[in-house]
Each structure stands twice: as structure tokens, then as C-alpha cells.
Design a protein around this ligand. Structure first.
Ligand code: OGA
Ligand code: NI
Length: 351
């Protein structure tokens, strides 16, 4: 199918619905009362999410930094990093071009539209419009980014420098992902290259999330509570808050800190570590004044990588928890079951 034509009554994208200045959230976005962003259950301070300075990873302090990363993966599943090595102009360029893309005319954006999760480049809305019952207050552009030369030609060519700017960001994020995977391997007592090898040829996907302002943010989510299925996620957010992480039964806001990136452990590292490290529930709330842009990079195994716990983390006290599977099998379950707090992890447990 060529790109769809939208009429006033059927908008493919949320951003085009919102640009007509709606005052109420349409019914398909309204969550049941038992499943709304409950403000009373939100911890205001973000002190709970550790900030780790990666400067020391290259020098004599490496063991301490590796230990900090290991503790964060074990206790929080989330941490923030500073001195991560990605230049500020690369970060600012990425956020700038993301905003420009979502501000393009509807007809221009719709050239990238698809509701097929199997497509390697696509603009869509909510999460999986084919399977979900309630919609989420989000549009997103999803891109495959590694190897870059296999995919960049499919990416949008408007704005004209989109491919160059996003490509530069992707290369930098990959470097950071590899550094983190080395530190994570070491913190589990494994060879430095253990995780990278376990992920096979590796894949890198990116979402550019666009959350428009919402007239009734208490009724809906940008993204409901979910766990990421991949190995690790590296999140760049603009200056607007929205991300919350579940910690001890409370949602903790991870407010943006300039020049800092948010890292979280995905389901694959939880499984490879045999539950030593945690893939943690997180969600996105929206607000009625500001649009928000976030750019998560999902660093993944290749589809045919056989995922199983590292032998060295298993002993009599810590028997194997999950069966082995290919990442393709896991990923398909993730997209089909929809975002929900019962993550796919349970489906892969040994009985
Ligand atoms: C995601 C996600 C967080 C955010 O896309 O999986 O958790 O702040 N995004 O947009
Ligand atoms: Ni996520």
C-alpha cells in the first residue's frame, strides 16, 4: 500500500488529531479507572535513580565504576550516566531533527506511515494499533540503525539532514552501548566481551517518540507500564518530564538532567544474568502544556541469537530460571501481547 490519505474524521497520527485543538481525550484513549496514572502513588524526588559518572571507566577507577553499574542493575534496573562520551552537539542535533520531523506537514510525515511491526522503518502511533484495545498518547518513528548502511537509505529524507544527523547519533550510541555491555559483563564476573558475543550479530533499533500535549492527562498514558524486551535501552529525553520507573511499589519520576542519558536493563540481560539484574517496569505520563520528545535506543540480540543464561551465574543456589529461545521468538510475543505489566518474561520460565 502506498502512503495513506487522511481525512478530517480519520487521522492516522495523534499529532494531527491534537493539532485541531481538541478539548477532550477521545474515548479510545481513556483507560479504565483502575488503570490510570495515579498521582498519589508517585514519588516526587528522583534521587532514587543513581547517576553514574562514566569518566572513570577508562582508567584506574574502572573496578569501582563497574561495581556501581552492577549494583544499579541489581537494585534499580535503571540508572543515569554522565560523561558518557557522546558530544553535546550530537545530542542536541538529534533532538532538534526529531522535533523538526514531527512538525512537518501531515502529508510529508505520512510517507513513512505503516502499522506493520515487521517493517524496519515506519512511523506509527500508540503501540500496536492492530492488536491493542486502548490507545496510547504517542506517535513514534521506528528505525533500525545497525548496520547503518543497511537501513539509512530507508529513513526519511526530510528534513534534508535527517539521515546524517540521526546516523551520527546512532554511531555514538552504539559505542556507548558496547562500553556498557562490557561493564555489565564484568560486573557479573564474566569475560568482558561475554554479552556482546551472546547477542550474536546484534541489532540496534531506535524509536523517536512524540508525545503531544494532552487535554486530560489524568485519563491516559503516553506509554503504560511495560518492560523493554531488548538487552539494554539508552534513552535521550528533551527537557520535559514524563518517564516514571517503578521502585518499591511507587512510581519514581526520572526528570531530565541536561547532558545525562538514562540507561535501563531489558528482559534479555535479566535472562542472561538469570535474574541477578532486573528489567523494571516503567511508563510515560503526559501533560497538558508541553509536547515531549524522547529517543530510546534499543540495543538487541540479532533475531537468530539463541538466548540462555550465562553458565557462570548458575549454581546450586541459583538454578536456571528460563528456557532458551531465539530473540525472534521473544520479540514476536512482545509485539503481539501488547504493553502490559505482566511482561513476556513469565512465558519463558522453566516450569
Ligand atoms: C519506550 C520507553 C520512555 C520515554 O519507548 O520503551 O519506555 O521516556 N520510553 O519515552
Ligand atoms: Ni520502555
Amino acid at each position: 500500500m502506498s502512503s495513506p490519505m487522511a481525512t478530517d474524521s480519520t487521522k492516522f497520527l495523534l499529532s494531527d488529531l491534537v493539532s485541531s485543538h481538541i478539548k477532550y481525550v477521545p474515548s479510545k484513549y481513556i483507560r479504565p479507572e483502575s488503570d490510570r496514572p495515579d498521582q498519589f502513588n508517585v514519588e516526587k524526588s528522583n534521587a532514587a535513580i543513581p547517576v553514574i559518572d562514566l569518566q572513570g571507566l577508562a582508567g584506574a577507577n574502572r573496578p569501582q565504576v563497574v561495581e556501581e553499574i552492577g549494583l544499579a542493575c541489581q537494585n534499580d534496573g535503571f540508572f543515569q550516566v554522565k560523561n558518557h562520551g557522546i558530544p553535546m552537539d550530537v545530542i542536541e542535533g538529534m533532538l532538534h531533527v526529531a522535533k523538526e520531523f514531527f512538525h512537518l506537514p501531515e502529508s510529508e510525515r505520512l510517507k513513512s506511515y505503516s502499522d506493520d511491526p515487521k517493517k524496519t522503518t515506519r512511523l506509527s502511533t500508540s503501540f500496536n494499533v492492530k492488536t491493542e484495545k486502548v490507545s496510547n498518547w504517542r506517535d513514534y518513528l521506528r528505525l533500525h540503525c545497525y548496520p547503518l548502511e543497511n537501513f539509512a537509505d530507508e529513513w526519511p529524507s526530510n528534513p534534508v539532514y535527517f539521515r546524517q544527523v540521526v546516523g551520527e547519533y546512532c554511531k555514538n550510541v552504539r559505542e556507548l552501548a558496547l562500553k556498557l555491555l562490557e561493564a555489565i559483563s564484568e560486573s557479573l564476573g564474566l569475560e568482558r566481551d561475554y554479552m556482546v558475543k551472546a547477542l550474536g550479530k546484534q541489532a540496534q533499533h531506535m524509536a523517536i517518540n512524540y508525545y503531544p500535549p494532552c487535554p486530560q492527562p489524568e485519563l491516559t498514558y503516553g506509554l503504560p507500564g511495560h518492560k523493554d524486551p531488548n538487552a539494554i535501552t539508552i534513552l535521550l529525553q528533551d527537557g520535559v518530564s514524563g518517564l516514571q520507573v517503578l521502585r518499591n511499589g511507587k512510581w519514581v519520576a526520572v526528570d531530565p538532567v541536561p547532558a545525562t542519558l538514562v540507561i535501563n536493563i531489558g528482559d534479555m540481560i535479566q535472562i542472561l544474568s538469570n535474574d541477578r539484574f532486573k528489567s523494571v517496569l516503567h511508563r510515560v505520563v503526559v501533560n497538558n502544556t508541553s509536547e515531549r520528545i524522547s529517543v530510546p535506543t534499543f540495543y538487541c540480540p540479532s533475531p537468530n541469537a539463541l538466548i540462555k543464561r550465562a553458565e557462570a551465574v548458575v549454581d546450586e543456589e541459583h538454578p536456571s530460571i528460563y528456557r532458551s529461545f531465539t530473540y525472534a521468538e521473544y520479540y514476536e510475543k512482545f509485539w503481539n501481547q501488547g504493553l502490559q505489566s505482566a511482561s513476556c518474561l513469565d512465558m519463558f520460565k522453566l516450569t
